[in-house]
Write a protein that binds this ligand. Structure first.
Ligand code: S3P
Length: 179
């Protein structure tokens, strides 16, 4: 097992948190979800930060946290959907980790985000058009990932298998060896 971090990036609702948590368990690595960590540090929910202090404040909390996490190793990091919109964050994350983009179609994303709220960027409008628009704007940032995995139509177990296969192919893990 390499000491690098494993960083999941991608749009809201693609499953970064649930997949990341499970991967960390399997790989016996520490799991950090940046949104949850920001909530813990500020004692506010992501929505409360956006509403009370604005998106800029959330983005600076995010940037500070990314810098801190990039100095660590052996972490599975689930980022927020907007984390990689700052090039600086991508550079920091890449210093110590490999970046995997979990990519899904807007229709799949819409179903998932509508199941679980708490996403201030979609408050008032979580239409397919809004999601498509944001996705289009962000694609160039997500495509900075080292690897892209298409997760459309896959259940969580299948996504885990896909990631594990990739990690094996690239030598991040060696299933024949115990870490
Ligand atoms: C955001 C995504 C959210 C959270 C915040 C902003 C974004 O995280 O960081 O609401 O800009 O896409 P998830 O991707 O975990 O929903």
């Amino acid at each position: 097992m390499l000491k690098k971090n494993l960083v999941l990036i991608g749009f809201m609702g693609v499953g970064k948190t649930s997949i990341g948590r499970k991967l960390a368990e399997i790989l016996e690595m520490e799991f950090i979800d940046t949104d949850q960590e920001i909530q813990r540090l500020t004692n506010l929910s992501v929505s409360q930060i956006f509403i009370r202090h604005g998106e800029t404040r959330f983005r600076s909390e995010e940037e500070l946290l990314i810098k801190k996490l990039s100095e660590k190793e052996h972490l599975v990091i689930a980022t927020g959907g907007g984390t990689v919109l700052k090039r600086k964050n991508i550079e920091e994350l890449r210093k110590s980790g490999i970046l995997i983009y979990l990519k899904a179609r807007p229709e799949v994303i819409q179903t998932r985000v509508n199941k679980k709220g708490g996403r201030p960027l979609l408050f008032g409008d979580s239409s397919l058009e809004r999601i498509k628009e944001l996705l289009e704007e962000r694609e160039e940032f997500y495509s900075n990932a080292d690897y892209t995995l298409n997760v459309d139509g896959l259940n969580p177990e299948e996504i885990i298998t896909l990631v594990m296969d990739l990690l094996q192919q690239i030598g991040f893990i060696d299933i024949n060896k115990k870490s």
